[in-house]
Design a protein around this ligand. Structure first.
Ligand code: NI
Length: 247
């Protein structure tokens, strides 16, 4: 099940499908006592698997969960201390640096295109939030995806992925060292997770799932958890764009 999820390309309805999956076979445990026992055992196994997958993919705010999409509860230490210079490669194969975006707000999210759930969900929410703003507001903000999986997220892979979410989404990749450097500056955790016996290419990535809002001067303003709704994100962005507080 996990392997299938890992290998599945992002789909809009994937999240819903996974969430609504019933505890299979629990209702069919009728008949002989022996069959009942087996059915209950099978149901327990299924529930444990569901809980494991759910822990990894949906409840990332619990830092104790190994393999979570982390974040949303751990703000950076001090405004201005998070972020910094980077030089990466965009989805068109061109160099892109933090200074290219000076004058614009940056919405920076770290993820990877093979992520089956949280990444596509978060990018969809960011796109929705931008659509809720007036055009003059939205164009002051550049949504940026930085991959934590540069081995698979080539510029071409990012180009196909990015255009699915938002026409102005900037998707960045780089060398292992470049990605490690920018992740460290944003205090983003990421790690490759390989299942024993699985296809070596069918790995997934654990990673921080926080979206950072950086100001026109490149300094940190605030962040959004992956559970923030588009309405809340749009509301906060509108306030900040109007010169209001970053609450
Ligand atoms: Ni993800």
């Amino acid at each position: 099940m996990l392997e299938r999820m890992i290998m599945t390309k992002p789909q809009a309805d994937h999240e819903t499908t996974q969430r609504e999956q019933p505890p299979a076979d629990a209702g069919s445990a009728r008949g002989s006592g022996r069959f009942n026992g087996l059915a209950v055992a099978a149901a327990v196994v299924v529930m444990v698997l569901v809980a494991f997958v759910a822990g990894r993919h949906y409840f990332g705010d619990f830092d104790a969960v190994v393999g979570a999409h982390r974040g949303g509860t751990a703000p950076p230490n001090a405004a201005g201390a998070l972020g910094g210079p980077f030089t990466l490669t965009n989805q068109f194969g061109e160099p892109a640096s933090d200074t290219d975006f000076r004058g614009s707000f940056m919405l920076v999210y770290f993820g990877f295109t093979f992520c089956p759930d949280v990444c596509p969900m978060t990018l969809t929410k960011l796109a929705s939030a931008l659509e809720m703003l007036e055009a003059e507001e939205a164009e002051r903000i550049v949504p940026i995806l930085i991959t934590v999986d540069p081995a698979r997220d080539t510029p071409e892979q990012l180009r196909l992925y990015a255009e699915y979410f938002h026409p102005r989404l900037v998707a960045l990749t780089g060398s292992d060292e470049q990605i490690a450097d920018v992740a460290r500056k944003y205090r983003v955790y990421y790690a490759k997770v390989e299942e024993e016996g699985a296809d070596p290419d069918a790995y997934t990535m654990d990673h921080t799932a926080i979206t950072y809002l950086m100001g026109p001067d490149g300094t940190y303003i605030r962040h959004f958890s992956h559970q923030a709704t588009p309405e809340v994100i749009a509301d906060r962005l509108r306030t900040i764009l109007a010169g209001g507080p970053a609450v």
